[in-house]
Write a protein that binds this ligand. Structure first.
Ligand code: FAD
Length: 601
C-alpha cells in the first residue's frame, strides 16, 4: 500500500506565499467568495474524499480492471459508489458555470483538486476528467440549446463525456480521419440539423462504463463537402442515449463499444473501441471548425494530463520517503547513525537522498509552476481588463505544452525513482510502486505525445505574435533576475537561474533562426528545447521560493521553510546544470539526427 497525505501545506505555500492568490484570483469577477480561506476549506474536503474514498480503490481497481461483456463495460468493485460520492459532493461541477449548475470556483482550485485525485486514483479520475474536457468544448462552441440541455448534466456528473478523436490509422495526424457525418434530414433537440455519424474511433477513454446514466461523445468527423486534411474536420456531439429536447432520455443511439483495450496501466479506466453506425449527432461550432474546438478541448486536457504526472509523482515521493526512513540496510558512510539497530535506515545513503531530493525538487517546482499557470487561466478567463486577459492567455498558451510534456516526463521519472528507492520490493505489486510507474507512462503518450508537445512549442508557440507569447515568460523572469542579482543572500538561487535563463535565450534564438532556414533543425531541437525551457521555468519558481523564505526572519523559519531552501539549493546545483548539456545538444543541430539514411536503420 502506498503512503499518501494531501500536501496541503505545500499547496498553500504555492498559492498564497508564492503567487498571492488573494491578490490575483480572489478579486476577479465571480471569484469574490473564493478567498484563500474558502479554498483551503474546499481543499481539506477534497483531501478527505480522495484519501477516504478514492485511494482505497486504487490497487483493487488495478488488480480487477474493467470488464467487457456483450457490449457492457463494468468498472471495478466500489468504483460506482466512489463516483457517486464524488458527484454528490459536487466535485464534478467544481469550476463549472453556476448558470449550468456548477460551483463556479476558480480553475486554479480545479487543477489542485485534480492533483489530489490523480495522486489517489488516476483511473477513477479519468472519468470526470473527460467530462470536464467535453464540458469545456461544449461551453465554448456549443449553441445555447445544446448548452442548456447538456451542460447541467455534465456539471452534475450524472452524465459523462468523452473525446472521440483517434482512429485506427490516425492519432497525431487527425487530418486523416475517416469518420463521416451526413445530414440526417431531421432536427436535433437544439432545433438544428442533426447528422448521422459513421466510423470507428479507438482508444476512447471512458467511452463506455457503468458510472453514469448517459455518455456524451464529442466526435471529430468530416462533412460530405469537407476540404481535405485538418481544415475539413468538424466536431459533433453524439449521446449514448438520444436526448429529447426536454432533457429526458430516448432510445439508444447508434454508438456502441466494440471492445476494451488491455493496457500497461490505468487498468480501471475503460479504454474503448467505439463504433458509430449512423449515430445521431449535433454539430458543435461551425462546419469544418472542428480543429479550433478540438484545441479548446485539448488545451485544458493537456494541462490536466500534466497534473496527472505531478499527482502520481507526489504519491511515489511520499511512499519512498516513508520506506527510506524505515528500511534498514548498511551503515552510513560516516559511521553508524543508529547504533542501536543492526543497520541504518537507507535514507542515510547519499545515493538514496539524491533520489528523494530529485523527486521532491521536481514535484514542488512543478506544483509551484502549476499554481502560477492555473491562476493565469483564471485571469485569462475573468479579468475585466482585456489586455490583462490576453497577457495571461498568452502565458497559458506558451506553458501548456511545457506543462503537459515536462510534468508527465517528471511523473514517469519520479515514479521510477520511487520504485528504485524500494529496491526489489518496488518491483513487487503489493507495495504499489510498480503501479505508479505503469499508470504514469500513458500520460507521456496521450493528449498528443510529448514529442508533439515539443513541436507545438517550437513550431506554433514561439513564432506566435512574433515572440509575444514568449515575452510573457521572459519579461517577468528577466525582471526578477535584474531586481535580485545584487542580493547576496539570494545569490545561490539567482545566479544559477540567470545562467540557465541565458542559455534559454540563446537556444531560443538558435531554434528560431535555424528553424526558419530548415524546419528539421527546429524539429531535431524541439524536445531538448522544451526540457531546457521547463528546467529554467522551475528554476524561476525555486528562486522565488527562496526569496519568500529568506524574507522570513531566520528564527521564525519552520522546518518546512528550511527544507524549501535546501531543496532549492539541491535543484540549482544538482538538476539545473542539465540545461548546459541540453544547450550543447540543441546546438549540435539536425545533422547527427538526419544523416543516418532510412535504409541504414
Ligand atoms: C490509454 C489510452 C487512452 C487514450 N484516450 C484517448 C481518448 O480518450 N480519445 C482519443 O481520441 N484518443 C485517445 N488516446 C489516443 C492517444 O491520444 C494517441 O494514442 C496519441 O495521440 C498518439 O497517437 P498514435 O497512437 O496514433 O501515435 P502516432 O500518431 O502513430 O505516433 C507514433 C510516434 O510518432 C511520433 N510522431 C507522429 N507524428 C509526428 C510528427 N509529425 N512529428 C514528429 N513525431 C511524430 C509520435 O510522437 C509517436 O512517438 C488514448 C490512447 C491510449 C493509449
Amino acid at each position: 500500500m502506498v503512503t499518501y497525505t494531501a500536501p496541503l501545506d505545500d499547496i498553500r505555500f504555492a498559492l498564497n506565499d508564492l503567487w498571492g492568490y488573494d491578490q490575483t484570483v480572489a478579486p476577479l469577477p465571480g471569484c469574490e467568495d473564493a478567498t484563500s480561506d474558502v479554498v483551503d476549506a474546499v481543499l481539506e474536503e477534497a483531501a478527505k474524499l480522495c484519501v477516504n474514498e478514492l485511494l482505497p480503490l486504487n490497487r483493487s481497481g488495478d488488480e480487477e480492471g474493467c470488464t467487457f461483456e456483450n457490449g457492457v463495460v463494468r468498472t471495478p468493485k466500489g468504483f460506482k459508489e466512489a463516483y457517486t460520492a464524488f458527484i454528490e459532493g459536487g466535485w464534478a461541477g467544481l469550476s463549472a458555470d453556476p448558470e449550468y449548475g456548477g460551483q463556479g470556483l476558480p480553475k486554479t482550485v480545479q487543477f489542485i483538486v485534480e492533483e489530489l485525485i490523480c495522486s489517489t486514483n488516476l483511473s477513477l479520475g479519468i472519468y470526470p476528467g473527460l467530462s470536464h474536457g467535453a464540458y469545456n468544448a461544449l461551453e465554448l462552441y456549443g449553441n445555447d440549446a445544446l448548452k442548456a440541455l447538456f451542460l447541467p448534466k455534465l456539471s452534475e456528473g450524472t452524465w459523462s463525456g468523452t473525446m472521440c478523436l483517434t482512429e485506427p490509422h490516425c492519432g497525431t495526424d487527425l487530418g486523416l480521419i475517416r469518420t463521416k457525418a451526413i445530414p440526417n434530414g431531421a432536427t436535433g433537440p437544439d432545433g438544428e440539423m442533426a447528422y448521422k455519424i459513421t466510423g470507428t474511433k479507438i482508444f476512447i477513454s471512458a467511452g463506455e462504463h457503468d458510472l453514469t446514466e448517459n455518455i456524451l461523445h464529442l466526435v471529430l468527423a468530416k462533412l460530405p463537402d469537407a476540404p481535405p486534411g485538418a481544415k475539413g474536420i468538424s466536431l459533433f456531439l453524439a449521446p449514448k442515449f438520444i436526448t429529447k429536447s426536454d432533457g429526458t432520455l430516448g432510445p439508444r443511439n447508434g454508438v456502441a463499444c466494440g471492445s476494451i483495450e488491455h493496457k500497461m496501466g490505468i487498468k480501471a479506466s475503460a479504454t474503448c473501441v467505439m463504433n458509430f453506425d449512423e449515430a445521431e449527432g449535433y454539430l458543435v461550432g461551425k462546419p469544418h471548425g472542428g480543429l479550433r474546438a478540438m484545441f479548446a478541448m485539448m488545451n485544458t486536457a493537456r494541462l490536466a494530463v500534466g497534473i496527472q504526472g505531478l499527482g502520481l509523482a507526489e504519491t511515489a515521493y511520499q511512499s519512498a520517503v516513508a520506506y527510506a526512513k524505515e528500511r534498514t540496510q548498511g551503515r552510513s558512510l560516516k559511521g553508524a547513525k543508529h547504533p542501536d539497530k543492526p543497520a541504518d535506515p537507507i535514507i542515510v545513503h547519499p545515493d538514496v537522498r539524491k533520489m528523494l531530493l530529485t523527486m521532491r525538487a521536481q514535484i514542488e517546482g512543478c506544483r509551484a509552476l502549476a499554481a502560477w499557470i492555473g491562476m493565469a487561466v483564471d485571469v485569462a478567463e475573468r479579468h475585466p481588463d482585456e489586455a490583462k486577459r490576453q497577457e495571461a492567455d498568452d502565458l497559458v498558451a506558451l506553458m501548456t505544452p511545457i506543462i503537459k510534456a515536462y510534468f508527465t516526463d517528471v511523473g514517469f521519472e519520479v515514479t521510477n525513482l520511487g520504485m528504485q528507492v524500494f529496491g526489489g520490493h518496488g518491483y513487487i505489486r503489493e507495495h504499489g510502486m510498480e503501479q505508479l510507474v505503469r499508470d504514469a507512462r500513458i500520460a507521456q503518450l496521450y493528449e498528443g505525445t510529448n514529442g508533439i508537445q515539443a513541436l507545438d512549442l517550437v513550431g506554433r508557440k514561439l513564432p506566435q505574435g512574433t515572440g509575444r507569447l514568449l515575452r510573457r515568460f521572459f519579461h517577468p523572469v528577466l525582471a526578477f533576475i535584474e531586481d535580485n542579482q545584487t542580493n547576496a543572500d539570494l545569490a545561490d538561487y539567482v545566479l544559477p537561474l540567470a545562467k540557465a535563463f541565458g542559455r534559454l535565450q540563446q537556444a531560443t534564438g538558435w531554434v528560431a533562426q535555424q528553424g526558419l532556414r530548415d524546419p528539421e533543425e527546429a524539429g531535431a531541437a524541439a524536445s531538448d528545447y522544451l526540457r531546457l525551457f521547463a528546467l529554467t521555468a522551475l528554476a524561476y519558481t525555486w528562486a522565488r521560493t527562496a526569496q519568500v523564505v529568506l524574507a522570513i526572519p531566520e528564527a521564525e523559519r519552520q522546518a518546512f521553510h528550511k527544507a524549501k531552501l535546501s531543496t532549492a539549493r539541491f535543484y540549482m546545483t544538482r538538476l539545473l546544470p542539465q540545461t548546459s548539456s541540453l544547450f550543447a545538444m540543441i546546438n549540435s543541430g539536425a545533422k547527427p539526427v538526419m544523416e543516418t539514411e532510412e535504409a541504414w536503420f
